[in-house]
Design a protein around this ligand. Sequence first.
Ligand code: F6P
Length: 380
Amino acid sequence: MHKGKNVMTKYVGILTSGGDSPGLNAAIRGVGKAAMGFYDMKVIGFRDGFRGLMENRTMRLDGGELSGILTIGGTILGTSRDKPHRMLVGDKICDMTDVILKNYEANHLDALVCLGGGGTQKNALRLKERGLNVITLPKTIDNDVAMTDVTFGFDTALTIATEAIDRLHSTAHSHHRIVVVEIMGHGAGWLALGAGIAGGADVILLPEIPYDVEHVAHTIRERRRAGKPFSIVAMAEGAIETKVLDETKAAEKKKARAKTKDEKKSASAELKKVGAQYTDKTLTLAKQLETLTGLESRVTILGHLQRGGTPTAADRLLATRLGAACSGFLNDGTYGVMVAARGDGTEPVPLEHVAGKRKTIPFDHPWIETARRVGIGLGD
Ligand code: F6P
């Protein structure tokens, strides 16, 4: 078979950054196998994200380390949420970009591959602006990276959250209860919406659509009237009550307008008080719904279960094809881009078009329309 061999051997570094996500190992393997086996490049790993690059903690990947990892969750490289320009060193936050640039040079790298979500895209762009050849891949269970059809990790988390809703149904039904299930997703509700529809939730609450507790209660009371005295509420981590949102906005405005020290102090205290209502909102909602419907409630927080374990076939396939495509871009010298999933193919998208642009659910998205048409309440 023809190999896409370079005349000069290229040296590539790879790291995983941000929250771990099923499919990361499949992606590392995809990049590594194609880069080393097909293009004859040299590939090394950096441990624990940008921190490992800053501390020059490397991992060889050419001695069988890529074998047997396709089906394994997490990341063999380890990960962290460290940012090059704001890293905790000792007890100080420091800009470690220069050290990172030095280590890139010291390892004779031609390029650095960063696998990560929204934060990683921003950090990669900063390194690009400092002259590094960077390529990223979009990973996150939240599916909120801009300019790609989908991120790897999402399908696995969707499957786990859907199965959880399936299982909660029988117990909610047996006890005539409301079960509020909290699903990951602070800034975007793809996971809650997808799993809510696939699992047949009765109400889905999203960060994109502020909810009114009375509307949620109304949906549940209507169900009881129709002979269904139980309900499943799928709530995204970042879902927010309209009342709290309005109060937060007002407090933020007041803080921005504050001039004197006292005014500033009181505005900050008010903002803090509003923020306090926002913590434990899943438990709060469950209690509010008990009062408003007369039904008993229970809360299930899926948490990190959604990120653990073996990736689905769809995630393995996506991560592998993005990884393999990445090695082609490395070979061509197409740097400063994210390898986006586009239909069955891939597309290099300049990091400037991705960084800092979270992909939230548009109000007219077909999934929203679908939820409404099948009678799922969205709390608005
Ligand atoms: O970024 C993915 C994600 O799983 C989010 O859905 C969630 O809000 C967050 O990470 C949790 O972060 P951590 O693992 O740092 O608690």
